[in-house]
Design a protein around this ligand. Structure first.
Ligand code: ZN
Length: 271
Protein backbone atom coordinates (compact mmCIF):
# COMPACT_ATOMS: atom_id res chain seq x y z
CA UNK A 1 0.00 0.00 0.00
CA UNK A 2 1.28 3.44 -0.86
CA UNK A 3 1.83 6.17 1.67
CA UNK A 4 -1.18 8.51 1.65
CA UNK A 5 1.00 11.52 0.86
CA UNK A 6 2.55 9.77 -2.11
CA UNK A 7 -0.86 8.80 -3.39
CA UNK A 8 -2.10 12.34 -3.06
CA UNK A 9 0.99 13.78 -4.74
CA UNK A 10 0.54 11.41 -7.64
CA UNK A 11 -3.06 12.41 -7.95
CA UNK A 12 -2.26 16.11 -7.73
CA UNK A 13 0.57 15.89 -10.22
CA UNK A 14 -1.73 14.61 -12.92
CA UNK A 15 -4.19 17.42 -12.40
CA UNK A 16 -1.60 20.09 -11.62
CA UNK A 17 -1.28 22.51 -14.52
CA UNK A 18 2.04 23.62 -13.07
CA UNK A 19 3.62 20.19 -13.32
CA UNK A 20 4.30 19.40 -9.68
CA UNK A 21 5.52 22.88 -8.84
CA UNK A 22 2.65 23.53 -6.45
CA UNK A 23 3.75 20.57 -4.33
CA UNK A 24 7.38 21.66 -4.46
CA UNK A 25 6.47 25.22 -3.41
CA UNK A 26 4.31 23.90 -0.56
CA UNK A 27 7.17 21.67 0.63
CA UNK A 28 9.61 24.59 0.62
CA UNK A 29 7.18 26.71 2.67
CA UNK A 30 6.70 23.91 5.18
CA UNK A 31 10.44 23.36 5.53
CA UNK A 32 11.38 27.04 5.83
CA UNK A 33 12.34 28.66 9.10
CA UNK A 34 11.48 32.25 8.12
CA UNK A 35 9.50 33.16 5.02
CA UNK A 36 8.96 36.65 3.72
CA UNK A 37 6.89 37.66 0.70
CA UNK A 38 7.22 40.45 -1.84
CA UNK A 39 4.13 41.47 -3.80
CA UNK A 40 3.71 43.90 -6.67
CA UNK A 41 1.11 45.15 -9.12
CA UNK A 42 0.30 41.62 -10.33
CA UNK A 43 -1.19 40.75 -6.96
CA UNK A 44 -3.69 43.62 -7.21
CA UNK A 45 -4.69 43.35 -10.87
CA UNK A 46 -7.08 40.44 -10.06
CA UNK A 47 -8.82 42.94 -7.74
CA UNK A 48 -9.43 45.22 -10.70
CA UNK A 49 -6.55 47.62 -10.04
CA UNK A 50 -4.52 48.24 -13.20
CA UNK A 51 -0.75 48.46 -13.05
CA UNK A 52 -0.44 52.20 -13.49
CA UNK A 53 3.06 51.86 -14.86
CA UNK A 54 1.78 49.76 -17.75
CA UNK A 55 1.18 51.91 -20.82
CA UNK A 56 -2.27 51.60 -22.38
CA UNK A 57 -3.91 50.27 -19.23
CA UNK A 58 -6.97 52.33 -20.12
CA UNK A 59 -7.24 54.58 -17.12
CA UNK A 60 -4.39 56.79 -18.13
CA UNK A 61 -5.29 57.62 -21.71
CA UNK A 62 -5.44 61.32 -20.84
CA UNK A 63 -2.55 61.51 -18.41
CA UNK A 64 0.91 60.04 -18.34
CA UNK A 65 1.84 58.80 -14.84
CA UNK A 66 5.44 60.00 -15.16
CA UNK A 67 4.16 63.52 -15.90
CA UNK A 68 1.53 63.59 -13.17
CA UNK A 69 2.59 61.12 -10.47
CA UNK A 70 5.85 62.90 -9.75
CA UNK A 71 6.93 65.03 -6.84
CA UNK A 72 7.60 67.95 -9.18
CA UNK A 73 4.08 67.69 -10.61
CA UNK A 74 2.61 67.58 -7.13
CA UNK A 75 4.54 70.65 -5.97
CA UNK A 76 3.89 72.74 -9.08
CA UNK A 77 0.47 71.58 -10.23
CA UNK A 78 -1.31 69.97 -7.25
CA UNK A 79 -4.72 70.42 -8.88
CA UNK A 80 -3.72 68.40 -11.93
CA UNK A 81 -2.04 65.86 -9.69
CA UNK A 82 -5.20 65.29 -7.67
CA UNK A 83 -7.26 65.20 -10.85
CA UNK A 84 -4.95 62.51 -12.20
CA UNK A 85 -5.12 60.51 -8.99
CA UNK A 86 -8.90 60.60 -8.62
CA UNK A 87 -9.91 57.60 -10.80
CA UNK A 88 -7.16 55.48 -9.25
CA UNK A 89 -8.14 56.53 -5.70
CA UNK A 90 -11.73 55.66 -6.53
CA UNK A 91 -10.73 52.17 -7.67
CA UNK A 92 -8.45 51.60 -4.68
CA UNK A 93 -11.04 52.61 -2.12
CA UNK A 94 -13.63 50.26 -3.62
CA UNK A 95 -11.34 47.29 -4.33
CA UNK A 96 -11.67 44.04 -2.43
CA UNK A 97 -8.89 41.58 -1.67
CA UNK A 98 -8.62 38.66 -4.10
CA UNK A 99 -7.75 35.01 -3.31
CA UNK A 100 -4.00 35.76 -3.45
CA UNK A 101 -4.30 38.23 -0.56
CA UNK A 102 -6.41 35.77 1.42
CA UNK A 103 -3.90 32.96 0.79
CA UNK A 104 -1.01 35.02 2.14
CA UNK A 105 -2.95 36.02 5.23
CA UNK A 106 -3.77 32.34 5.84
CA UNK A 107 -0.09 31.45 5.66
CA UNK A 108 0.71 34.18 8.18
CA UNK A 109 -2.03 32.90 10.46
CA UNK A 110 -0.48 29.43 10.36
CA UNK A 111 2.95 30.87 11.18
CA UNK A 112 4.33 30.08 7.75
CA UNK A 113 4.75 33.65 6.51
CA UNK A 114 6.39 36.26 8.74
CA UNK A 115 5.89 39.38 6.65
CA UNK A 116 4.60 40.77 3.39
CA UNK A 117 6.67 43.47 1.72
CA UNK A 118 4.48 45.17 -0.87
CA UNK A 119 4.96 47.65 -3.68
CA UNK A 120 1.20 48.26 -3.68
CA UNK A 121 -0.47 51.24 -2.01
CA UNK A 122 -3.98 49.77 -1.83
CA UNK A 123 -4.04 48.22 1.68
CA UNK A 124 -5.54 45.01 0.26
CA UNK A 125 -3.20 42.79 2.29
CA UNK A 126 -4.45 44.43 5.48
CA UNK A 127 -8.06 44.16 4.27
CA UNK A 128 -7.47 40.41 3.81
CA UNK A 129 -6.18 40.10 7.37
CA UNK A 130 -2.38 40.20 7.00
CA UNK A 131 -0.80 41.73 10.11
CA UNK A 132 2.83 42.37 9.20
CA UNK A 133 2.72 44.41 5.99
CA UNK A 134 5.64 46.59 4.94
CA UNK A 135 4.56 49.17 2.38
CA UNK A 136 7.78 50.15 0.62
CA UNK A 137 6.00 52.40 -1.89
CA UNK A 138 3.86 54.03 0.78
CA UNK A 139 0.11 53.98 1.23
CA UNK A 140 -2.97 55.90 0.22
CA UNK A 141 -4.24 55.49 3.78
CA UNK A 142 -2.51 58.60 5.16
CA UNK A 143 -1.59 62.10 3.99
CA UNK A 144 1.24 64.36 5.13
CA UNK A 145 1.65 68.10 5.13
CA UNK A 146 4.69 69.20 3.15
CA UNK A 147 4.75 72.40 5.26
CA UNK A 148 4.50 71.28 8.89
CA UNK A 149 5.02 67.50 8.33
CA UNK A 150 1.97 66.46 10.35
CA UNK A 151 0.27 63.25 9.22
CA UNK A 152 -3.48 62.70 8.82
CA UNK A 153 -5.69 59.71 8.00
CA UNK A 154 -7.00 59.95 4.42
CA UNK A 155 -10.44 58.82 5.55
CA UNK A 156 -11.60 62.25 6.68
CA UNK A 157 -10.78 63.82 3.27
CA UNK A 158 -11.60 60.96 0.94
CA UNK A 159 -15.36 61.40 0.50
CA UNK A 160 -15.16 65.08 -0.46
CA UNK A 161 -12.21 64.40 -2.75
CA UNK A 162 -13.90 61.52 -4.56
CA UNK A 163 -17.21 63.40 -4.75
CA UNK A 164 -16.08 66.67 -6.25
CA UNK A 165 -12.27 66.70 -6.32
CA UNK A 166 -11.83 68.83 -3.18
CA UNK A 167 -8.12 68.85 -2.41
CA UNK A 168 -7.10 67.88 1.15
CA UNK A 169 -5.66 70.80 3.13
CA UNK A 170 -3.68 70.87 6.36
CA UNK A 171 -5.89 72.02 9.26
CA UNK A 172 -2.82 73.64 10.87
CA UNK A 173 -1.08 75.53 8.09
CA UNK A 174 -3.60 75.27 5.25
CA UNK A 175 -1.12 73.84 2.76
CA UNK A 176 -2.16 71.04 0.45
CA UNK A 177 -1.63 67.57 1.88
CA UNK A 178 0.35 64.97 -0.05
CA UNK A 179 -0.78 61.32 -0.09
CA UNK A 180 1.91 59.17 1.57
CA UNK A 181 2.60 57.27 -1.63
CA UNK A 182 6.01 57.25 -3.24
CA UNK A 183 5.90 59.39 -6.36
CA UNK A 184 8.31 59.32 -9.25
CA UNK A 185 11.42 61.20 -8.20
CA UNK A 186 10.86 60.47 -4.51
CA UNK A 187 12.87 58.36 -2.07
CA UNK A 188 11.29 55.29 -0.47
CA UNK A 189 10.06 55.79 3.12
CA UNK A 190 13.25 55.00 5.02
CA UNK A 191 11.63 53.15 7.95
CA UNK A 192 9.76 50.73 5.69
CA UNK A 193 12.77 50.22 3.49
CA UNK A 194 15.00 49.34 6.45
CA UNK A 195 12.31 47.00 7.79
CA UNK A 196 12.10 45.29 4.40
CA UNK A 197 15.86 44.82 4.22
CA UNK A 198 15.82 43.41 7.73
CA UNK A 199 13.19 40.83 6.70
CA UNK A 200 15.38 39.87 3.77
CA UNK A 201 18.33 39.39 6.12
CA UNK A 202 16.31 37.02 8.31
CA UNK A 203 14.49 34.96 5.72
CA UNK A 204 15.57 31.58 4.42
CA UNK A 205 12.71 31.53 1.92
CA UNK A 206 11.41 34.41 -0.15
CA UNK A 207 8.21 34.31 -2.19
CA UNK A 208 7.90 36.90 -4.96
CA UNK A 209 4.23 37.08 -5.98
CA UNK A 210 3.00 39.30 -8.79
CA UNK A 211 6.01 41.52 -9.29
CA UNK A 212 7.88 41.82 -12.55
CA UNK A 213 10.83 43.20 -10.56
CA UNK A 214 11.42 46.22 -12.76
CA UNK A 215 11.24 49.03 -10.20
CA UNK A 216 14.42 49.88 -8.29
CA UNK A 217 15.46 49.56 -5.54
CA UNK A 218 12.74 47.05 -4.56
CA UNK A 219 13.63 44.71 -7.43
CA UNK A 220 17.01 44.16 -5.77
CA UNK A 221 15.50 42.56 -2.65
CA UNK A 222 15.29 39.00 -4.05
CA UNK A 223 18.92 39.27 -5.11
CA UNK A 224 19.89 40.21 -1.55
CA UNK A 225 17.90 37.22 -0.27
CA UNK A 226 19.67 34.89 -2.70
CA UNK A 227 23.04 36.28 -1.62
CA UNK A 228 22.07 35.36 1.94
CA UNK A 229 21.45 31.76 0.79
CA UNK A 230 17.65 32.08 0.94
CA UNK A 231 15.59 30.05 -1.50
CA UNK A 232 13.22 31.74 -3.93
CA UNK A 233 9.69 30.94 -5.09
CA UNK A 234 8.78 33.20 -8.00
CA UNK A 235 5.19 33.55 -9.23
CA UNK A 236 4.50 36.11 -11.93
CA UNK A 237 2.75 36.24 -15.29
CA UNK A 238 5.74 37.73 -17.11
CA UNK A 239 9.37 36.63 -16.92
CA UNK A 240 11.72 38.52 -14.58
CA UNK A 241 15.48 39.13 -14.57
CA UNK A 242 15.90 36.59 -11.82
CA UNK A 243 13.82 33.67 -13.17
CA UNK A 244 16.85 31.39 -13.52
CA UNK A 245 17.63 31.60 -9.83
CA UNK A 246 14.22 30.55 -8.55
CA UNK A 247 13.91 27.17 -6.84
CA UNK A 248 10.28 27.16 -8.00
CA UNK A 249 9.26 29.33 -10.96
CA UNK A 250 5.61 29.61 -11.94
CA UNK A 251 4.47 31.86 -14.74
CA UNK A 252 0.86 32.26 -13.68
CA UNK A 253 -1.78 34.41 -12.04
CA UNK A 254 -1.09 34.71 -8.31
CA UNK A 255 -4.81 34.63 -7.53
CA UNK A 256 -4.89 31.05 -8.87
CA UNK A 257 -1.45 29.88 -7.85
CA UNK A 258 -1.19 31.06 -4.24
CA UNK A 259 -4.50 29.52 -3.10
CA UNK A 260 -3.44 26.20 -4.69
CA UNK A 261 -0.15 26.32 -2.80
CA UNK A 262 -1.89 27.11 0.50
CA UNK A 263 -4.39 24.31 -0.08
CA UNK A 264 -1.46 21.94 -0.58
CA UNK A 265 0.37 23.22 2.51
CA UNK A 266 -2.74 22.71 4.64
CA UNK A 267 -3.26 19.25 3.19
CA UNK A 268 0.32 18.30 4.00
CA UNK A 269 -0.22 19.65 7.54
CA UNK A 270 -3.23 17.42 8.04
CA UNK A 271 -1.39 14.23 7.03
ZN1 ZN B 1 0.64 71.71 7.78
Amino acid sequence: MRHPHEEHSQHYKNGDPFDGKIIKAASLIKAARYTTVLTGAGSSTPSGIPDFRTPGSGLWTRFSPTDYASLTAFRHHPEEFFQWLRPLANLLVQADPNPSHVALSQLEEHGMVRSVITQNIDCLHQKAGSKVVIEVHGTLDTLSCIGCFKQFPSKRYMDAYLDDGTMPKCPHCNRILKPDVVLFGEQLPIKSWLKAKNEIKHCDLMIVAGSSLTVTPVCELPLLALNNQAKLILINLAPTYIDNYAEVLIHGDVSNVLPSIVEEVLRMNSL
